[in-house]
Write a protein that binds this ligand. Sequence first.
Ligand SMILES: Cc1ncc(COP(=O)(O)O)c(C=O)c1O
Length: 380
Amino acid sequence: MVTVLSPRPDLWTLDPDVLHLNHGSFGAVPRRTQELLAMLRAETEANPMRWFRSVAERVTASRLELAAFLQTDPEGFALVPNASAGVSASLAAIPIPAGSRIVITNHAYGAVRYAAERFASANQAEVVVVDVPLEADDDSVVATVEAALDDRTAAFIVDQISSATAMVFPIRRLADLCRSHGIPSIVDGAHAPALLDAPAEEGADFWTGNFHKWPSAPRGTAGLVVAEKWRAATLPLIVSWSEYDERLPERFDQQGTADYAAWIAAPESLRVLEELNWPRRRTELSGLIDEGAKLVAKALGTSVAEVARPAATMRLVELPFPGERSPDAGEAFKEKVSLELKAEITLTGFDDRVFIRLSAHAYNSLQDYQRLAEWLPALL
Ligand SMILES: Cc1ncc(COP(=O)(O)O)c(C=O)c1O
């Protein structure tokens, strides 16, 4: 029996009458960061001219703290609003010849697949999807991907932690494999910051990850880490005043008139994690989510999915999904759970299977999963 000694819902402003079991989708911003954000916005509105004169310096300070959190070289680290923007900027930097292929896996996030499709079709290239089973261990993931790479492959995009399957991929080995074939690799690390240590340091050509998921930063805060050889060619998708800046991070700092408060406030959330003694807390949360997911699966008469390498704080519980299986039916079910049980969950689909993907963050306790286990069967 694992016990998380001190769940800290007090650090967040989450509605206590709701079971918050899906941190993984949109995160949740701690109270302290929200307060700082509100102060920064009040400062903006007190004197917009003075605020915008101060933005560059403050964004730089914040960017350096975020790079240090990732343990990555600050000269190769740029701020982007989200992982979607990071993947798009990476694809825009890579030559995609006509007739070439962008390889992704069947775990890829939908919007990332769409990005691959857009860049492929704009260049008369194609997207190839490699099937990686949920239970595949690292050796077989690497072997499966290797079999799909060829001399027409322009880029390989892979999740570091997948969304639909909450699976950790062997990024270092995959990045090495791509390098040995001369193929640029893009790592979608949307879920990786705070779930993996030094996630951007696994040798990919491009890595992107969200601070607004597990580190609980304000939404719109993400990073793009670019290997040295690609830094000159990597440009933000919005053309702005720093277009001709030779330094990668600075080129991404200015994206026209925008609300930069989220980027500036983001390090406050890192301080909250530090005070929570995050590495130890994350280990406790792994125990909690293991136990919580088992309770929910038992109540549903199903099982927790056997993912070869599950993410630290997410688990998939098989859902005996009633009726029609479609995105609309899934949305309707989530809405029903939200309204009738006051519980927030997400559903994911993989290989004709439907899962509840459960999360655990520092505000969760075993009671949350016990309640879901008690109430959910009545809705099925
Ligand atoms: C694996 C993965 N990639 C990309 C994204 C997109 O992130 P964002 O919406 O912040 O761009 C997500 C979001 O959940 C994700 O889980």
